[in-house]
Design a protein around this ligand. Sequence first.
Ligand code: CTP
Length: 404
Amino acid sequence: MSSPLADKNIVLGVTGSIAAYKVADWVRALKRDGARVTVILSKGGARFMSPLTFAALSGNHVYDDMFAITAAEKIPHIELAKQCDLLLVAPASAGSIARMAQGLADDLLSTVALATEAPVMLCPAMNSKMYLHPATQTNIARLEEYGYKVIKPEVGAMACGDEGPGRLPEWHVARNAIFSTFVPQDLAGRSVLITAGPTWEPLDPVRFLSNRSSGKMGYALAAAASQRGAKVTLVTGPTALPLPSGVNSIQITTAQEMYDEVINRYEGIDVVVKAAAVSDFRPDSQSTQKLKKSSTTANTLTLQANPDILHTLGERKGKCHYPLLVGFAAESENHIEEGRRKLREKNLDLMVVNDITGTDCGFGVDTNRVTMLDYNDTTEELPLLSKEETAHRVWDRAVRLLNG
Ligand code: CTP
């Protein structure tokens, strides 16, 4: 599977909101994901952004007038409606939402919205009082009844100085929702629990023992599961990553905290994926005051073992394959043997082994090269892929195992 957006035709309706300048970047991002983007600029949108900007960024003609048509051209609203795989209206102003909710066909965008059979997604962005007004809320509810997907605006400071809901969502939030239109919904109705990132094992208020995990693989797994319709709980160690949207996240610091959260939550979960790099040991004692080099008498650190979370889940699971247990192993040598050993010893259903010796896979980078081993003795080696794509391939296999 390459990008779910590869060769998809996205028609982007840009309407009259100050947030219009932000979606110029979305056009580039959609193209990076392989989509073809055609922009419809409403009259209001054209007051904020020039057609030239979107033409240059999309590489396509920008449509801003329903009646500007030469005899040789096809009728734009019908042609755009037919060729479109997704109509994305972002930012969606209060006026454009009202027009679509009333079924008006008085400009090109509202006409395409009526004529298309493709999914329609809206990102409302406006002053919070306008957004919260019962008229706007009723219009949004009506569009949702029609099957339109409406992404809730973010809460924060508006361009006008007001505070509240009405800000255009961050790109990664919109991107997740767009991806969910194009990926299989084979985790719908399933609950999954994912752990991600490192754990920190404090020595004193300043120092801790940890590892190089960035959390990227675990976060990609959480985003991919959410795109595929799962109810996702993400138990995460400290990372610098934005939390994936639509995911219930629980932030922990130590391995013991991760153990407590996972053990308290795993009942009723269909799949547990342990992508976290859990510290195997913690300092024997934790000083409440900063350790001073002058007062440190020995240069030996005494450690005690942390609980093995996955091993505990494997023991409790016994001979059944529920919940499905997926482990990750970062190895620098004997990858397959080590992966098989851990699969057996921790009683897992699937083990994803990654090679950390390359510069393009493993810690901190956006790509990974993994081998999947399952309890049926199947071995599947994946090529170098983005972590996002690797995550989808892991879910493909987990879903096959889930469905027996
Ligand atoms: N794991 C866990 N709890 C621990 C240690 C590891 O749940 N205390 C999980 C990891 O999240 C991962 C899998 O076990 O999914 C394998 O982790 P890894 O660190 O590769 O293996 P270890 O069990 O620590 O074995 P070793 O130190 O021999 O590599």
